[in-house]
Design a protein around this ligand. Structure first.
Ligand code: TRP
Length: 452
């Protein structure tokens, strides 16, 4: 997504450029693919309620913390801690982030590849005349193949690298300013269509009437992981982006705006998917297949559905691309700044590494189906461990660092832009990052993993 010139530091031009880049990172498959299926698997309304609380109480403060660390240090995640806490082991938080970035790229790019297959299927009319069962079979059949998913994965990875290679120019910034609103409008159209399907009201009940008995330790951990994943926090993406943000940007305001856009897109995706889930009599617990089965089903019911389908999967692929670009940028910034590689070398090396690990991930429902660790295949392992373990742990260390170890006068200075804007929320923020967020993350984490 737009705004950043990768050859120079501090290169987000305008306020809108910052928002476009950060929202571009946040809004992606996490909102439209992951949020609906995780909601479906974890009880619907109750999950969404927990999710909302987490976004406000933990998500926004963690996002602010990352932006503060990034803009203060003007470095990649490892370099940031090396500068802000010299000769201390804090830089391991950055190292963890780089590892997380690899793991996210490895499975996220695979899912992004699926959107390309679905674009292709739209063009050849592959959904037409298929009911939900047939659409589900189509999805599983495609995933189980070895070559096709891997090919689409490779195409998507190359597109990501291509953008990071060329630097993100005006063209992308400008086009994303059009694409994002378009995605939004299409989502709303989908919501309307979904809500007018016979039998759809059960979907709204499922989404918005919380059944508190469904809230368990696992539910809360899943909501925490989903919030971190969707907001792009806990891994250094926003340290890296923060390092490109101009001094006069109001970091708190940016965090709130990005989080609200992200939340809205996720909820809209839910409202587009769940009424149709019940109208088509699909199980809300269909897992990773959910979005890819339900959406074509809706398009099949629309006049001109294939046009909508084409537009939608194109925009979804672009939304995913602005997210993969932000993750790859973390790795590239790290390799070029810390290991003194040229930017191009850094891109080649990281792309090759992701190609290998992501290739294996892509085959995890095909050729490598039998390979399992802790009962999870490669794909599920990366998906689960990044969101539910690495990101919350990263977030915990990030806020603990800022809350307990970093001199508060610097934090105040960053949030108030050198005393030029008021930070009435500061006391609340500091209490949150010192006590509430670390305690909540630790608790959810240990409880969700069954340790307490
Ligand atoms: N937030 C993006 C999405 O929802 C994915 C993403 C981009 C991400 N950067 C990240 C997830 C950093 C975790 C950490 O699609």
């Amino acid at each position: 997504m737009g705004g950043f010139d990768f050859t120079k530091r501090g290169s987000f031009g305008s306020r809108l450029g910052v928002l476009a880049a950060a929202a571009g990172s946040a809004v992606g498959l996490g909102n439209i693919w992951r949020f609906p299926y995780v909601t479906g698997e974890n009880g619907g309304g109750a999950f969404i309620l927990v999710y909302l609380v987490i976004v406000f109480a933990i998500g926004i403060p963690v996002m602010m913390s990352e932006l503060v660390i990034g803009r203060r240090s003007r470095r990649n995640p490892v370099g940031a801690f090396r500068i802000l806490a010299p000769n201390k082991p804090w830089y391991w938080v950055g190292v963890m982030g780089i590892a997380g970035a690899f793991m996210i790229m490895a499975f996220y790019t695979v899912v992004a590849g699926w959107t390309l297959e679905y674009l292709y299927q739209t063009v050849i009319g592959g959904f037409q005349g298929r009911d939900s069962d047939a659409l589900k079979q189509m999805f599983e059949g495609f995933r189980g193949e070895s070559l096709r998913p891997a090919l689409w994965f490779a195409v998507f990875l190359l597109a990501t690298s291509g953008i990071v290679w060329g630097g993100v120019r005006k063209g992308i910034e400008n086009s994303s300013k059009i694409m994002m609103p378009l995605l939004f409008i299409l989502l709303i159209i989908l919501c309307i269509k979904s809500l007018t399907l016979p039998g759809s009201s059960k979907g709204l009940v499922f989404l918005f009437s919380p059944d508190f008995s469904k809230i368990t330790g696992t539910t809360v951990l899943m909501a925490l992981g989903q919030a971190f994943f969707s907001l792009s926090i806990g891994m250094g993406t926003l340290i890296t982006y923060g390092s490109y943000i101009p001094k006069d940007n109001n970091l708190a305001l940016t965090s709130v705006q990005v989080s609200m856009v992200d939340l809205l897109v996720a909820i809209l995706a839910g409202v587009a998917i769940f009424p149709a889930v019940f109208a088509f009599d699909i199980s809300p617990k269909s897992g990773e297949a959910l979005t890819f089965v339900v959406l074509p089903g809706i398009f099949n019911q629309m006049t001109g559905g294939m046009i909508f389908s084409f537009a939608f999967f194109t925009l979804l692929a672009i939304a995913a691309l602005t997210s993969t670009v932000s993750v790859l940028e973390v790795i590239v910034a790290y390799l070029s700044e810390q290991l003194d590689l040229s930017r191009r070398m850094a891109i080649i090396i990281s792309t090759a590494a992701i190609f290998i690990v992501g290739g294996a991930t892509s085959l995890s429902s095909g050729m490598f189906k039998g390979i399992k660790l802790f009962g999870l295949n490669i794909f599920d392992l990366f998906n689960f461990t990044t969101a539910n373990i690495l990101l919350p742990l990263g977030g915990l260390f990030l806020v603990a660092f800022l809350g307990w170890f970093f001199p508060q006068k610097h934090t105040k200075d960053e949030l108030s832009n050198g005393g030029t804007i008021s930070i009435g929320y500061y006391r609340f923020f500091i209490i949150t990052i010192k006590f509430i967020a670390p305690a909540a993350i630790a608790l959810v984490f240990l409880n969700g993993l069954g340790i307490i």
